[in-house]
Every structure is written in structure tokens, then in C-alpha cells.
Design a protein around this ligand. Structure first.
Ligand code: PEP
Length: 249
């Protein structure tokens, strides 16, 4: 079901004390947010955040997991482990994982399937690089990344998934896609899905990610095909994050 959602990707940031301070501020202000709010801390802090979110409407998600239920995968966290921490979502295919950890489209598709097998909603990140945009390849890249997952799981699996369009050139750079640039790509994604299943296309939540902040969230979220944001840097600053979440009001 299509809904307004703001998801915080804390990446590899945080400490027990810092998270406690951030959550105190967020919990005090967010009951009045006009959207669903999801926090994705580093895996070692999932239990702390799980405890601190008890009794709130704020959801918890993971930033990554490995598609094996258990076994000799030193250093990895299994999708199977995440429900124990009340995780409802998991980020899949973030460009940092694609680039730094060389995750392929096929591996990401495997992760998407594994997340759903464990009752988790995957947030599938797709997006083009600066060079790809300059070469007018945005559509080809974004739809290619989407198709790789569709080939493995089929369109029906997208009834319980979120897509995050994240142009790589806008992530952590301070450069934001203009609301028009972002809307254009969101519409392409929804149209493409619509060619396969109109109900799923209309129902899917598509987030924008890439230097979302308090000052630009409202204009982005007003676009017809932008249902919210996946927020990195600004999600670590309580006031900024709260402003973003309240941008739907
Ligand atoms: C992200 O981590 O997905 C992201 C969009 O980061 P930032 O908001 O810092 O650009």
C-alpha cells in the first residue's frame, strides 16, 4: 500500500549515548509527523533502538543483511536474525554497497528475495552516477537495476516492497536532484512497473534519496510520484530530521 514514509539511514554512524540523545528528541516530536517514520541504525545498535522505540509508532529497519540463514559467513548478519529485533524493513542495493562492496544486481536480487522470505520489506535502492546522467543513461540504468530484481522475484513481489530512487551524484554531496528531475525518474519507474501490473505500480511507495534536508523536503514530497525520502546525513541531526518528517503536514 502506497504511503508516505521517511526512512533514516544512519550508515556507519552512532554511539550508544549519541543514539539515546537522538531518539529522545525524535520520540518527543514525531508523534505529530504526517508520515510513517523508519530508523535504520548500524546492526550493533538494533537492540538498543528496538528497546527505545517500544510503545512508539516509529519503525525499525536494517541497513543490510546476508542471504544465508546461518553458517560460516564471518562478520555477516542474516536476514533471518532481523525479525528478532522487530525490524520491518531492510535496505537493499544501496549505491555504497554496490560500489564499495561490489554487490552485483544478481546478488541484490538474491537479498531482495531473502528479505521477503523472512517477512521483511525490502527498500530497493536504484540510481545512476553523474557520468551516466551526463550520457543520458539514467533511465536505462535505473530500469536495468529494477529489471534484475524483477527477473528473480517477479512483479508480484513488489506488492510488499519500497523503491528508493537515489541518484549517486546526490548522495552525501549536498547536491540534490531538483524536484522536477526526481519526479521525472519516479514517474519513469512507476510507468515501467505499470506496464507489468497497474495496481502494484499505483500502490508502491517510491522514496527519493540524495541530500534531502529540512529546506528541500517539502518541495520534493509534493511531487506526485515522490512518496517520501531515504535520508542519510540529515537523519543524524534531530532538528533536521524532524523537519523532514513534518514536511507532509
Ligand atoms: C543515503 O544514505 O541513502 C542518502 C541519501 O544519503 P544523504 O541523505 O546523506 O545524501
Amino acid at each position: 500500500m502506497r504511503k508516505n514514509l521517511v526512512a533514516a539511514n544512519w550508515k556507519m554512524h552512532g554511539s550508544k549515548a549519541g543514539i539515546n540523545r537522538l531518539l529522545t528528541a525524535i520520540k518527543a516530536e514525531l508523534p505529530s509527523a504526517g508520515c510513517e517514520v523508519l530508523l535504520c541504525p548500524p546492526a550493533v545498535y538494533l537492540e538498543q533502538v528496538q528497546k527505545e522505540l517500544q510503545g512508539t509508532q516509529i519503525a525499525l529497519g536494517a541497513q543490510n543483511a546476508y542471504p544465508g540463514d546461518e553458517g560460516a559467513f564471518t562478520g555477516e548478519v542474516a536476514f533471518a536474525m532481523l525479525p528478532e529485533f522487530d525490524c520491518s524493513h531492510v535496505i537493499i542495493g544501496h549505491s555504497e554497497r554496490r560500489e564499495i562492496f561490489a554487490e552485483s544486481d544478481e546478488f541484490i536480487a538474491q537479498k531482495f528475495a531473502a528479505a521477503q522470505e523472512h517477512g521483511l520489506t525490502p527498500i530497493l535502492c536504484i540510481g545512476e552516477s553523474q557520468t551516466e546522467r551526463e550520457n543520458a543513461e539514467t533511465e536505462k540504468v535505473v530500469l536495468g537495476q529494477l529489471q534484475a530484481v524483477l527477473d528473480k522475484v517477479g512483479i508480484a513481489a513488489f506488492a510488499d516492497a519500497v523503491i528508493a530512487y537515489e541518484p549517486i551524484w546526490a548522495i552525501g554531496t549536498g547536491l540534490t536532484a531538483s524536484p522536477q528531475q526526481a519526479q521525472e525518474v519516479h514517474a519513469v519507474i512507476r510507468d515501467f512497473l505499470s506496464g507489468q501490473d497497474q495496481n502494484i505500480a499505483e500502490g508502491i511507495t517510491i522514496l527519493y534519496g540524495g541530500s534531502v534536508k529540512g529546506a528541500n523536503a517539502s518541495e520534493l514530497f509534493q511531487q506526485p510520484d515522490i512518496d517520501g525520502g531515504l535520508v542519510g546525513g540529515a537523519s543524524l541531526k534531530a532538528e533536521e530530521f524532524i523537519t523532514i518528517c513534518k514536511s507532509f503536514n
